[in-house]
Design a protein around this ligand. Sequence first.
Ligand code: PHE
Length: 454
Amino acid sequence: MENRQQWGTRAGFILAAAGSAIGLGNIWRFPGVAYENGGGAFFFPYLFALLTAGIPLLVMEFAIGHKYRGSAPLSLSRIHKNAEWIGWWQVLISFVISTYYSVVIAWALSYTVFSFNLKWGEDTESFLFKNYLHLADKPGQLGGISLNVLIPLVIVWIVTLGVLYKGVKKGIELANKIFLPTLVVLFLIIVIRAVTLDGALEGLNVFFKPDWDQIMSGKVWIAAYGQIFFSLSIAFAIMVTYASYLPQKSDLTNNAFITGFANSGFELLAGIGVFSALGFLAQQQGVTVDKVVSSGVGLAFVVFPKIINEFPTLNAFFGVLFFLSLTLAGLTSLISICETYIAGIQEKFGVSRTKSVLFGGGVAALLSLFFASHGGLYLLDVVDYFINNFGIALAGLVEVVVIAWVVRELNNLQEHANSVSDIMLGAWWKVCLSVITPLVLGYMMVDNIRTNIK
Ligand code: PHE
């Protein structure tokens, strides 16, 4: 087989896979999802989803990439010539995500810089999202782009495409070796600060308080599986592509467990940090924690600035730390999303990496300007909603059904993974992928369609 690029070290691969998994979703999505779906009781469905779908699928994607040595479209076409489109579909989803994920990172970078200069403690108004970034959240207002967004967006793309241009070992691996440990250290400092704030305990109580009644509801289980899929970057063509750069002798199953647990560990840490901070804010405002809970863009860019503004000291320091963390968490994920199409284009059309980076990355960067402009926030919400509710679950469903039932590839993949791994995959693995995962994903799809038709 052709001379394929390779990771330099095992740690390099694990950091890159974890870097992809650990992203904005861990920080702003998980805490809110857990809170809304039973708090402490959510951990059971969540852990169940991790063990029955998350890690088994991760092993499967690692095995596909490693055995067939190609990005998702190429690997799938090597499994069966009619399966290539599944890979392209996933690549397309990644492509679309990259056009707006990059903008969110640009906002975070912008806030990082802005955090230095803000008159913390007194000047709250100017830190408001819409004022500073000039984003209107109404449709029909697409217009100019604030320099506060454009400049960081250009930087985000230059860094991302620069890393990808450098290739697997000197680019992706090196970037993750620097960004991910830095992220963990910065984030730990924030979490330690957060749990020692007044009111933190109340926030944690709200986060962990189990609501056992909820655990029987289908919605909670769907949320758990949804979170695991999104968070582990499964069915985005990413993990297949990354695993295709592993050397022949690589422990796939073990690597999947490490990646899965590292991601969930970070997620839990983020939940603790976010809810401690929310508890503090609630106390400052004299309201209950439930009144201040939020997630997503609002949590990161509206509520967090408010929280940091209330900090007794070192506001600028923590402001910079928080937004830099978001930036780094986002960048390592963005790099992985873009690598799917850069590798895909390169292999499909036999062009050089440079050309593929310039073309694929260039088009994505241009499209990202739409989301960066006035009114882009509205567009971003709409696209994100469809990608999350239809794109991902469906892409995952088709992938497992085709692999498990149509081309019946699970036995080959099991044999392949077992030939290189310490942990042996048994029948449980196939049951998870051929029965549990398709059922859950199928149910998720039906439920999404139902709620959307209503
Ligand atoms: N897994 C990343 C997160 O939790 C996000 C992501 C989504 C990364 C899709 C790549 C593709 O934020």
